[in-house]
Design a protein around this ligand. Structure first.
Ligand SMILES: Cc1ncc(COP(=O)(O)O)c(C=O)c1O
Length: 432
C-alpha cells in the first residue's frame, strides 16, 4: 500500500477517483476486498462476508486455495507467457485434461483470455466450418459483452451498450423458463415452448449454430431433460452446430464437471472460462471437434491466450475439484440449499432453483399470482443481506432473483448461516 492509501477511507476515495465502473451501484458496492480465504472475503474495513459469488463465479475451490497458490508460484519460476504461437507444458497439460473431461464430441482446445472472447472464437469457428452466417441464441441467454458475443446475448439492457444496431444474422429462440411458462399451468410438460422452433429454422436456412448456456446462469434456469432432447434432435437433423457455453456452468458448478453431462449433450463446440484460470490471471478456452478445428482459421493468436501461470493454476484447480470431491459436494450442498430455502416458508419465496451450486431464489409479492417483487424491495433485501455479511448478486429476467453461486467448498453450515440471514432480511424488509 502506498502512503496515501493508508486506510479504508483513502482507498475507497482513490477507487472512486481512478477506477471506472460503468454500471449502477447497489448500496455498499463496490466491496474493496483486502483478503479472501475459502468462502469468506474481508473488506478494507475488516468486515467479513460469506461470498456467495465466488469472486464472480471464478474461485470454484474457494479463495486462495494453497495448492493453487503453490502451483502458480512454481510455474512463475519456470515460464510465464509465450503466446499461442508456441506452447508450454502447463498449457498442453490443461488442454489434454479438458479434452479428457468433456464429451467425446470435442477434441481440441483453443486458448484465449476471457469468456466473451472464447465465444467470439466459437462463433467464428462455427461460421467457417458451416459456411453459414446466422446464429440462434436463447431468450434470456448471456454470452459476454464484446461486440460479437453481445450480438448473441439476449438482454436489451446489455445490447444497447453497443451503441450500434445489433447484427441481423442473429436471432433468439425460446428458452425454458418453467416457473413462468407461457403455456402453463399444466399437469405434464410437452415442451410446447419449442413448437415454433422448426418454423424459425425454416425461415433461417443460413443458420450455422445455436449458442446456449446449458443451464442459464441468469436466474438458474435448468430446462427439463426433454426440452434439451427435443432441441438437440431438431438441430442435429438440420446440421446446425451446438455451441455449449460452459463459461459459468463448467468446472463443477452444476454438480457435474460440465453441465452438458446432465443432458447427455454432445456439442461440436464448447467454451469455458471464469474458473479455468484457477483465479490467477484470466484464461478461457474454445473446444471444438476435430472437423470444426480443421476448418478453423484464426488469423493469428490472441497475445495472452494460454498463459502458462493461469494454465498451471487452472490445472491444479481441476485436480482439487477431483481430490476434494468438490463436484459431488456442489451437488449435495445444492440439494441441501434447496430444502433449507423452502423450509423458510417465506411468503416472498416463489421459486428455488439449484443445479448443484448454480442457484437462484426467485422472490415474488404473491406466490399465487407470481407477481415479481419490486425493484425497491429487491434492493432492500440485497442491502440487508449485505449488512448481515452476505455477498450476493441480484439477477434474473425481471431482476428478482437472488443469485447464489458460492465456491464449491461451501458447507451445509454455511447454507444455514445464509438462510438465517435471508429469513431476517425478508422479515425486516416486509416490516419496513
Ligand atoms: C455464460 C457466460 N458466457 C460468457 C461470459 C463472459 O465471460 P467474460 O466476462 O469472461 O468475458 C459470462 C460471464 O459472466 C458468462 O456467464
Amino acid at each position: 500500500m502506498t502512503d496515501d492509501l493508508k486506510d479504508a477511507e483513502s482507498i475507497e476515495a482513490a477507487d472512486q477517483k481512478y477506477v471506472m465502473r460503468p454500471w449502477t451501484h447497489p448500496k455498499g458496492e463496490p466491496v474493496i476486498v483486502a483478503k479472501a480465504k475459502g468462502c469468506t472475503v474481508t473488506d478494507v474495513h475488516g468486515k467479513q462476508y460469506l461470498d456467495l459469488t465466488a469472486g464472480y463465479f471464478v474461485n470454484n475451490a474457494g479463495h486462495c486455495h494453497p495448492r493453487i497458490a503453490e502451483a502458480a508460484s512454481k510455474q512463475m519460476h519456470e515460464v510465464l507467457q509465450v503466446s499461442g504461437k508456441h506452447g508450454t507444458v502447463a498449457t498442453i497439460k490443461l488442454a489434454k485434461k479438458l479434452v479428457e473431461l468433456t464429451p467425446k464430441s470435442v477434441d481440441k482446445v483453443f486458448f484465449s483470455t476471457g469468456g466473451s472472447e472464447a465465444n467470439e472464437f466459437a462463433l467464428k469457428a462455427a461460421r467457417q466450418y458451416t459456411k453459414k452466417s446466422d446464429i440462434a441464441y436463447l431468450e434470456n441467454g448471456y454470452h459476454g459483452l464484446t461486440l460479437g458475443s453481445l450480438e448473441v446475448t439476449a438482454s436489451e439492457k446489455y445490447r444497447e451498450s453497443a451503441g450500434k444496431p445489433m447484427g441481423g444474422e442473429n436471432y433468439a429462440i425460446p428458452t425454458a423458463y418453467c416457473y413462468r411458462c407461457k403455456f402453463g399451468p399444466h399437469k405434464e410438460c410437452n415442451v410446447q415452448c419449442l413448437d415454433g422452433v422448426d418454423k424459425m429454422f425454416d425461415a433461417r436456412p443460413n443458420t450455422a449454430a445455436i449458442i446456449a448456456e446449458v443451464v442459464q446462469a441468469v436466474g438458474g434456469l435448468a430446462p427439463p431433460k426433454k426440452w434439451w432432447e427435443r432441441l438437440d434432435e431438431i438441430r442435429k437433423a438440420r446440421g446446425i452446430l451446438l455451441i455449449a457455453d460452459e463459461v459459468q456452468t463448467g468446472l463443477g458448478r452444476t454438480g457435474k464437471m460440465f453441465a452438458v453431462e446432465h443432458y447427455g449433450l454432445e456439442p461440436e463446440i464448447l467454451t469455458g472460462g471464469k474458473g479455468l484460470s484457477g483465479g490467477v490471471g484470466s484464461l478461457a478456452a474454445t473446444l471444438a471437434s476435430d472437423a470444426v478445428a480443421k476448418a478453423f482459421f484464426g488469423g493469428t493468436t490472441p497475445t495472452s491466450g494460454g498463459n502458462a501461470v493461469s494454465s498451471a493454476a487452472g490445472y491444479e484447480l481441476i485436480r482439487i475439484l477431483e481430490d476434494e470431491k468438490l463436484v459431488e459436494n456442489a451437488a449435495s450442498v445444492g440439494t441441501y440449499f434447496t430444502e433449507a430455502a423452502w423450509a423458510l416458508k417465506d411468503p416472498w419465496i416463489g421459486d428455488v432453483r439449484f443445479t448443484g451450486l448454480l442457484g437462484g431464489i426467485e422472490l415474488v409479492k404473491n406466490t399465487e399470482t407470481r407477481e415479481v417483487l419490486g425493484k425497491t424491495e429487491m434492493g432492500k433485501v440485497k442491502d440487508t443481506l449485505h449488512d448481515l455479511g452476505m455477498l450476493i448478486t441480484v439477477s434474473g429476467l425481471h431482476g428478482n432473483v437472488l443469485r447464489l453461486q458460492p465456491p464449491l467448498s461451501f458447507t451445509n453450515e454455511m447454507v444455514d448461516q445464509f438462510c438465517a440471514a435471508l429469513r431476517k432480511a425478508l422479515q425486516t424488509v416486509r416490516g419496513s
